[in-house]
Design a protein around this ligand. Structure first.
Ligand code: 5GP
Ligand code: MN
Length: 340
């Protein structure tokens, strides 16, 4: 029996369900989780969304009712009890346990059914049900398609549509990335027909910066851009002190790496951010140059062909050196890549 048919049979009676997404959720992680939760609630299930960590403030509009349980030492017991009672755990926008960080043991050791909905490469989770497609632009695209396949497209209302649009628009960088699918545009058109105001969502996400954030971006663009024409590479290195000096909040560095990629003729862009004893690394690329392999090989991470990330417990200058070594190893490929 096809996984979806089997799922249809299993889900036809009301169930206790939990939806989990990855650490520091982005708009696709949070949007797909909340959209699926709202849909499942409409189908009379009891649903809890658990996030392994807080989400950035610019996504707070998505969780106005504070329904997302944020995992922390204080909420450990409540999350554990909710998970133990669950009949199925949905895992959205990730497919390797390390993306759960400290929530990992609670989920990994659970004897409960699992349903993974994801668009990342190299899944590492054993699940009972799967919606996995690396060609999808976002997990929100997959949630929309799943609801459609279940014959429930008419349960998608404006709030669900806003969540889905938020994930699609951010994971495609406003329909700019090579991962932007035809379906992403078709879904968006359907959501607009439903009454979703795409301009409202865009403004909530992109026109919501604090003054501090704008000053911080100004400083990084003016003083911190490294350009390496011989590798078609650009990158930023940001210290913990700079994050503090500019009073940055969680999420304030998001999108910065795209500025590095926007420099003419750039094929690979990176950002290295000092956060406690870790360096958060984000990589972006143009064309066929795969940054997920670089993130996996050098920075304990992974992701998509053109967008990947990871983190390493080494000093900031060491992370930069590692990146330069990676560039040197791929020099020939970077020099010879022809962009269309
Ligand atoms: P970002 O640079 O926006 O944090 O992440 C870019 C992409 O890299 C994400 O969409 C996700 O696919 C992937 N990613 C981010 N962090 C990690 C990580 O810690 N491990 C893995 N495997 N992938 C990550
Ligand atoms: Mn995603």
């Amino acid at each position: 029996m096809d996984s979806i048919d089997e799922y249809k049979q299993w889900i036809c009676q009301p169930r206790k369900l939990v939806i989990v997404t990855h650490h520091t959720p982005d708009a696709d992680a949070l949007g797909s989780s909340l959209a699926l939760a709202q849909y499942l609630k409409k189908r009379h299930h009891q649903v809890t969304v658990i996030s392994p960590s807080v989400y950035p403030a610019f996504l707070a509009w998505m969780d106005e009712g504070h329904e997302v349980m944020i995992y922390s030492p204080e909420t450990h017991l409540a999350c554990q009890n909710t998970l133990l009672e669950a009949e199925m755990v949905f895992m959205l926008d990730f497919s390797s346990y390390d993306r759960l960080q400290t929530l990992r043991p609670l989920i990994e050791n659970l004897p409960t059914k699992r349903f993974v909905i994801d668009h990342h490469q190299n899944p590492e989770i054993n699940a009972d049900f799967w919606v996995w497609d690396t060609t999808a632009c976002s997990t929100c695209e997959l949630v929309y398609t799943l609801i459609e396949q279940l014959g429930d497209a008419n349960s998608i209302d404006v709030p669900i549509g806003e969540y889905l649009y938020a994930g699609i628009v951010t994971d495609t960088s406003s329909f700019k990335k090579a991962s932007t699918t035809r379906k992403a545009h078709i879904i968006t058109a359907s959501l607009m027909e439903l009454g979703v105001c795409t301009n409202r969502v865009q403004r909530l996400i992109y026109d919501n910066f604090s003054e501090d954030r704008l000053h911080f971006i100004g400083h990084i663009l003016k003083d911190k851009l490294h350009v390496l024409p011989e590798y078609h590479a650009c990158y930023f290195v940001i210290t913990a002190q700079e994050l503090e000096d500019y009073h940055t909040q969680l999420g304030d560095t998001e999108g910065l790496v795209d500025y590095a990629l926007s420099v003419k003729d750039t094929i690979i862009a990176g950002i290295f951010i000092e956060k406690g004893d870790c360096i958060k690394v984000s990589l972006r690329s143009a064309g066929d140059f795969a940054v997920n392999h670089i993130a996996r090989q050098y920075f304990n991470g992974g992701g998509h062909l053109n967008s990947a990330a990871g983190s390493v417990k080494i000093p900031l200058d060491q992370a930069e050196k590692t990146f330069l070594q990676a560039l040197a190893q791929h020099k020939e490929q970077l020099q010879n890549l022809v962009l269309c």
